[in-house]
Write a protein that binds this ligand. Structure first.
Ligand code: GAF
Length: 390
């Protein structure tokens, strides 16, 4: 177990002891993610290629006999926030708001499967929140594993991912796909996860950038983003409308060779959405080929093309993301792009290690010139997925 993971698990266990006066029954944790490529393809039944971050959310948990769910979280400032305790049997969508909706939603989704009772949960972690690095799914996946662990239920990770998606879609109210929770649950160290969302089939593809003197630099723009505020849902609805007009189950079914013909059958406003999804799926396949061939540097142009497509066709970028990407590319990154839902959050850049300092300096200078808050940057190493810590 990495020292960072052990540290978060210990923080959660210590915080549990402080609040409840006993050691927890167990501690489970789950990571945030970076999606190397394959954005806004998951809810179109397409392909994605994420890896897990070293940053994790840990949940220390013990069962309760009274059927009540109590959730507390330890902030960076060392202070606790407590959700109002609620009987699991009483959980209903709309009944819990704010951060507590995520753990409550998971308990609600598991309740529907007859899989959860009451529990005391104490949360600690270091996944940056609101940064497009999937802190909400790290929390949900860690809670899901904790509640299932307390119930003594053997884990089937793809099924757990579906339950977490139900929590997110129907309880929290974010119409998101399967990318983030699957990444958090299935990723492994030193690999990217090549996932075919429609079939559920996945492959662990080795991703060792250090061997080629490269790194994936994460640039958290600190521009806030949310998947519940309408922009994300509008894109998703547009894709579903386009699929219906084309007579296919999902845009996944439009191959790159049929793209022009398909675009000709669509109204103007839907064409850019379809062009993005179809070309992005193709880029994921090409990225996997590059990695299988041991040529991660070939990802560079694919990342650039992905960003341009998300910016110009899908229109989910923002000035902060565009400046991060342009600055990194201008200073020697092989490629860069926004990641996640967009409208803020983070970008990644594939950077030769010896260009790290220069790239970071250029990005920071670009932000300072515009009077924007200083972005947070760090190199991300593909790390372990969710699991039990102790
Ligand atoms: C967000 C969603 F949660 C994912 O399901 C995915 O759609 C992503 O945006 C865009 O690729 O992270």
């Amino acid at each position: 177990m990495s020292p960072a993971r052990r540290n978060q698990a210990q923080r959660a266990a210590d915080a549990f002891g402080e609040l409840h006066g006993t050691a927890p029954h167990g501690v489970w944790s789950a990571p945030g993610r970076v999606n190397l490529i394959g954005e806004h393809t998951d809810y179109n039944d397409g392909f994605v290629l994420p890896f897990a971050l070293p940053h994790r959310t840990a949940v220390a948990a013990s069962p309760r006999a009274d059927g009540v769910l109590s959730v507390s979280t330890l902030g960076d400032d060392g202070r606790f926030r407590h959700a109002a305790p609620v009987a699991v049997a009483d959980l209903e969508p709309g009944g819990v708001s704010g951060w507590a909706a995520y753990p409550s939603g998971v308990a609600w989704a598991l309740r529907a499967e007859g899989l959860t009772g009451g529990a005391d949960l104490v949360i600690a972690g270091d996944v940056p929140s609101g940064a497009g690095l999937s802190s909400s799914h790290a929390l949900e996946c860690a809670v899901a594993l904790a509640l299932l662990g307390l119930a003594g239920v053997a884990e089937d990770r793809p099924r757990i991912a579906r339950w977490v998606q139900r929590a997110e879609n129907d309880f929290v109210g974010a119409p998101t796909g399967l990318l983030d929770q699957t990444a958090s649950l299935l990723c492994t160290e030193a690999h990217v996860l090549f996932l075919d969302v429609r079939s559920g089939e996945s492959e662990q593809v080795p991703f060792d950038t250090a061997a080629q003197d490269l790194e994936v630099l994460v640039i958290d723009t600190r521009a806030s983003h949310s998947n519940t505020d309408g922009g994300y849902g509008a894109r998703r609805a547009g894709c579903e409308r386009a699929a219906a007009l084309l007579g296919v189950r999902a845009l996944r079914d439009v191959g790159i060779a049929e793209l022009d013909e398909a675009l000709g059958r669509l109204p103007d406003e839907l064409r850019p959405l379809v062009r993005h999804v179809v070309t992005e799926n193709e880029r994921v396949l090409r990225a996997v080929d590059a990695l299988r061939a041991g040529s991660p540097a070939d990802l560079g142009p694919l990342l650039e093309a992905s960003h341009a497509s998300l910016r110009d066709d899908y229109r989910v970028s923002c000035p902060e993301l565009d400046v991060a990407v342009a600055s990194a590319s201008a200073e020697g990154a092989l490629g860069a792009r926004m990641i996640g839902g967009g409208f803020g959050g983070s970008a990644i850049a594939l950077v030769p290690v010896d260009r790290h300092e220069a790239v970071v300096r250029r990005v920071l200078a670009g932000y300072a010139e515009r009077g924007w808050a200083t972005p947070r940057t760090f190199p991300a190493v593909p790390s372990a997925g969710a699991g039990r810590d102790h």
